[in-house]
Design a protein around this ligand. Sequence first.
Ligand code: NA7
Length: 536
Amino acid sequence: AARKLPTELDVVVVGAGFSGLYMLYKLRRLNMTVKVVEAGSDIGGTWFWNRYPGARCDVESMHYSYSFDPELEQEWEWTEKYPSQPEILSYIHHVADRHDLRRDVVLDTTVTSAHYDDDSATWTVTTDDGEQVRARYCIMAVGCLSVPKKPEVPGLERFRGDWYHTCDWPESGVDFTGQRVAVIGTGSSGIQAIPIIAKQAAELTVFQRTPNFSLPTFNGPIDQDLVADIKSRYREIREESRRSGFGVAIEPPTRSALEVDPEERLRSYEERWQRGNLTGVLQAYTDLLADERANDTAAEFVRGKIREIVDDPETAEKLCPKGYAFGTKRPCLDTGYYETFNNDHVQLVDLRETPLVEITERGVRTSAGEYEVDSLVLATGFDAMTGALLNIDIRGRQGRTLKDKWSDGPALYLGLNAAGFPNMFTITGPGSPSVLSNMIVSIEQHVEWLSDLLEYMRRNELRVVEATETAEKEWTDHVREVGDMTLYPKTDSWYMGANVPGKPRLLMAYLGGVGPYWEKCQQVAADGYEGFALQA
Ligand code: NA7
């Protein structure tokens, strides 16, 4: 059979989602030889895999798009306030066609290893069909949430019905009409899928371990006045997003939640709730993510909403998140989630009261007994941030594995490069704002920074770039110190690695803000890539 990949390249990019595709676009402009290797049968990354019913981005359409092509952003028309998975995927396809990207993407191919050779200063990348390619640079665009996690109970292989993970959904879709369905997991994926599955299923049982804070999207057709306004000053808005805290420009809060009187606070929360977005309520006051008492004022406001929406007080209480701060586990945006529990054919099982024991041939068993179902939906999340990187056998200088280096948790300088792993980069890696920001803004920043670096290397006839141990340590310490100023480290979340048993516990995203982070990266570049050792 003909080879899918050439034997030599300037750059191998792993992953053809938003980051890998833009990286390809940029590297082509530098006239570098590059291929993007993608495990899926098509491009799109996250938006290719997560096809479950209701899958939708929780960043508004007008802000969840590339900014690098000013004509594209004028021409493209989003139909809803929040973009659905099919619409985002068709956007990605459009961009790929518009810029003729597909010819350098190799599909259905999984990278199994990447080994660095000290003498030649190149990476040898091996794929699951045994092909090897040697490249000067290797760029990991593997996504932050791309390795699915199954529940840690036995028996899934015994189950006689059909089961699905939300992130590996059949392309043809699933029709649950007339079925008894179980959903395990109430993170963003579960909360988006549950209202839609409930409309089809004869009976739906939701197995909840930790209740989440969820806010309504108030989704609907996009407001054309808003579109016109944003399009008239898109450049300016993109610039503001890049300088902002979370990658979407908002008015920063100025006061503590504890210094305003309770009635005014409630009015403010109510007004922000009606905006239907993630940042509204959470950005009402300066200290909501840093002070437990302040946070509890907002948490109690959301719990009040849940109690208002859900008819049965006992179910409402089970749905109310308690014992962790609002915002420190990724909050969800939903369309009719809490309302779904007002249906007679929908029941909630609280796994804190009656823990999951096993999957059986016929369904799900908790300590309270067996629930028989026809189909089982796992909305149990991901081995986030590090899973996809550590699934690849990555070896740097002297054959040291990344797994070994990261046995106590991930360490990268600026979330971009690990000491001992020259010429290998991560896009939105651990230690960058990544999952605590509008991903596309962070992706574009990394891609552009990397493309500048590679151009600089070529111009100066340099061959090897690698973070110094000191720079890496200073940065990871800084990421931790900033995290420790907040309530995030106190909560068991996937940001902390807490959803995967045995995973090192540390905050894997940088909370210093997208804007300040970007300034730091720009400064590093302006200072001749300070903190990196560069060699000819
Ligand atoms: P999440 O947010 O990690 O949610 C996974 C859910 O599955 C969560 O409710 C988990 O409970 C639950 N879960 C995981 N393992 C188990 C077991 N063993 N038993 C019972 N329940 C379990 O993943 P999503 O796909 O929803 O969302 C990921 C991100 O995508 C989201 O944050 C957005 O950024 C977009 P837990 O909370 O761990 O107790």
